[in-house]
Design a binder for this molecule. Structure first.
Ligand code: NDP
Length: 257
């Protein structure tokens, strides 16, 4: 096993601050440029890749890197709380990389630039979360029965259910062969324009509470920055496009924002 020790521990901490900064800078940039994929896809950001294979390849590192680290891991990786927490992360990415792409209906192509950024992000974050949970995060006896784990785990589970259910609603707005957009209705879309993003944000904050590591908190914060920006763009787009768009719908956090 490679360079385990206080230097790498410090490096992971620095990477975590870097991830938080990346989220903050991205959210600033995304005030001026819409995130270039899906409805904002454009040739200006490189060759257009078909949506399905692009999603599989770009998300796969977040599944394979931590899986590899877990297989090669020692005593920390083998502890029960670590296996459960890593299992939550892997389950999300098994769905995102292997199931979600197969369900997409007539999704818009992904520009090469966006694809490369997503791929690098997934490799980096897969390493950060994987290495933290397989090498450095240690938990006291009874952690899995404690209030922080249980509350966080429920947040993760409910968030993932909202994310999957909302993506299911979006997918079913189109009949086979259609590529246009309709007003999403039902589920959390009654409260927010970015219901799928709300689910994902809740999921990673729940995960962060269950893990209590700086790495998982940095990932949750970065997700909040990036996905609330995308939700704001979608919200504005819907209001411009549909005169009858529900005016009381918030952007991404029910009743608040
Ligand atoms: P979008 O909501 O932009 O699109 C999701 C899918 O639904 C696309 O196939 C899209 O088609 C279709 N769709 C969206 N709105 C409508 C509509 N009004 N009418 C008809 N079809 C619609 O989500 P993203 O593609 O940005 O994200 C997909 C998933 O990935 C989400 O679950 C999200 O949480 C997750 N994600 C996570 C990130 C993270 O940082 N953790 C970052 C980015 C995404 P089309 O492609 O044609 O627009």
């Amino acid at each position: 096993r490679w360079a385990e020790g206080p230097e790498e521990r410090r490096l992971l901490e620095l990477f975590s601050y870097g991830l938080m900064a990346l989220g903050a800078v991205s959210s600033l940039l995304l005030r001026f440029i819409p995130m270039p994929y899906g409805r904002y896809s454009s040739r200006r950001f490189g060759w257009l890749l078909p949506a399905r294979p692009a999603w599989v390849v770009q998300e796969l590192p977040s599944l394979l890197v931590p899986l590899g680290l877990a297989v090669c891991g020692g005593a920390v990786a083998a502890a029960r709380p670590n296996r459960v927490l890593l299992g939550c992360f892997l389950l999300h990415y098994a769905h995102r990389a292997l199931i979600f792409p197969l369900l997409i209906r007539e999704g818009k192509p992904t520009p090469f630039f966006t694809f490369v950024l997503a791929l690098l992000f997934c490799a980096f974050n897969g390493y950060l979360q994987g290495r933290s949970l397989t090498t450095y995060a240690t938990y006291p006896a009874g952690w899995l029965g404690g209030s922080r784990f249980i509350t966080g785990f429920l947040g993760w589970l409910i968030g993932m259910a909202i994310n999957i259910h909302s993506d299911h609603i979006l997918r079913n707005l189109r009949k086979p062969g259609e590529t246009g957009y309709k007003i999403p209705r039902g589920g959390m879309f009654e409260y927010v324009s970015g219901a799928n993003f709300f689910g994902e944000i809740l999921e990673w904050f729940g995960f962060a509470l269950a893990c209590c590591t700086i790495e998982s908190f940095a990932f949750a914060l970065c997700t909040l920055f990036i996905l609330s920006s995308r939700a704001r763009q979608h919200h504005k787009w819907y209001l411009e496009k549909f005169e009858d768009y529900p005016k009381d719908r918030k952007i991404v956090i029910p009743f608040l924002y």
